[in-house]
Design a protein around this ligand. Structure first.
Ligand code: GDP
Length: 304
């Protein structure tokens, strides 16, 4: 599936309403702006971002810079493209970059069901395909199936996997994974983590501990904290991202299940509010359905 295909539902929702607003060659007046307000505030992009986009459009209309809907649409498109270009690549994708350190350690976090384990598997396949030697750490010890799922992926890409017993300490599993990665000359260690816990310890505290312990196994690690978010959660995904970011300092986002939702506008809110680059989007269940996220492609798919 392509990104454009994955965005079909979003296009049918938010974008179809925007396009209807811009069709017909009406002059942009207060009634068009009121309609724009309604569309933006129900587009899952978050209140802050919707407000900002609307204010900017109002201001341009007031200054008589725009009066025809086509120009309003172009201005909106430009502004959204600017919001998304956090990596400063001018709209090109900024997927996970494997730096100099060995092993390069990626800690993958997210709540249960977000698609974390699947994303780790897809990412392992991608990295192996690019010639990197990968090791997987099965740090989601809460969900017994998560370890098995990861083992299936590991087999598929012939990567080693470090797995603790069910209920084992996730930090200990990740520590061992990073250590083994170093001993075995691995390029990238991908650490899956729990999205829910057996203990009473709050999830964020546990994840902070995992992060600290990974740092003890290799100085400077984890080099990337990749947060997996489920796009079908819409604005709740933004709230979730904020929580994870405050606790861990998230450095990249993978947004899954874009294919199953009309709430793809959430990407705009995530980038605008959190200033964390979206590295990948999930548009299906196959390996090839984890796509490096290109802001340019996204904007083109939405506005064309
Ligand atoms: P975890 O609990 O966060 O580890 O979640 P899993 O990796 O087990 O994924 C939960 C479900 O979401 C599984 O059925 C996955 O196949 C599915 N899934 C993950 N990513 C995507 C995606 O991009 N698109 C679709 N349609 N399904 C996905």
């Amino acid at each position: 599936k392509t990104l454009a295909a994955g965005l079909e539902k979003t296009r049918g929702g938010f974008m179809a309403r925007l396009n209807a607003l811009f069709a017909g060659g009406k002059v942009v007046d207060d009634s068009v702006l009121a309609d724009l307000e309604e569309v933006l505030f129900t587009a899952d992009i978050g209140v802050k971002t919707a407000t900002r986009l609307l204010e900017s459009a109002r201001e341009k209309v007031r200054r008589k810079e725009l009066s025809d809907p086509e120009r309003l649409k172009a201005a909106l498109r430009e502004e959204i493209a600017r919001i998304l270009d956090l990596a400063g690549t001018g709209g090109a994708a900024a997927p996970l970059a494997v730096g100099e350190a060995r092993p390069w350690v990626v800690m993958v976090v997210g709540v249960n069901g977000s698609g974390k384990t699947t994303t780790v598997g897809k990412l392992a396949a991608k990295l192996q395909g690019a010639g990197h030697k990968v090791l997987l750490g099965a740090g989601d010890t809460f969900r017994a199936a998560a370890g098995e799922q990861l083992e299936v992926w590991a087999e598929r890409v012939s990567a080693p996997v470090v797995r603790g017993k069910e209920g084992a300490d996730p930090a200990a599993v990740c520590f061992e994974a990073v250590q083994r990665g170093a001993q075995e000359g691995v390029d990238v260690v991908l650490c899956d983590t729990a999205g829910r816990l057996h203990t009473k310890m709050p999830l964020m505290e546990e994840l902070k501990k995992v992060q600290r312990v990974i740092g003890k196994a290799a100085a400077g690690a984890p080099h990337e904290v990749l947060l997996v978010l489920d796009a079908t959660n819409g604005q709740n995904a933004i709230a979730q991202a904020r929580q994870f970011h405050e606790a861990l300092g998230v450095t990249g986002i993978a947004l899954t299940k874009l294919d199953g939702t009309a709430k793809g506008g959430v990407i705009i809110g995530i980038c605008d509010e959190l200033r964390i680059p979206v590295r990948y989007v999930g548009v299906g269940e196959r390996v090839a359905d984890l796509k490096p996220f290109s802001p340019r492609e996204f904007v083109e798919a939405l506005f064309e």
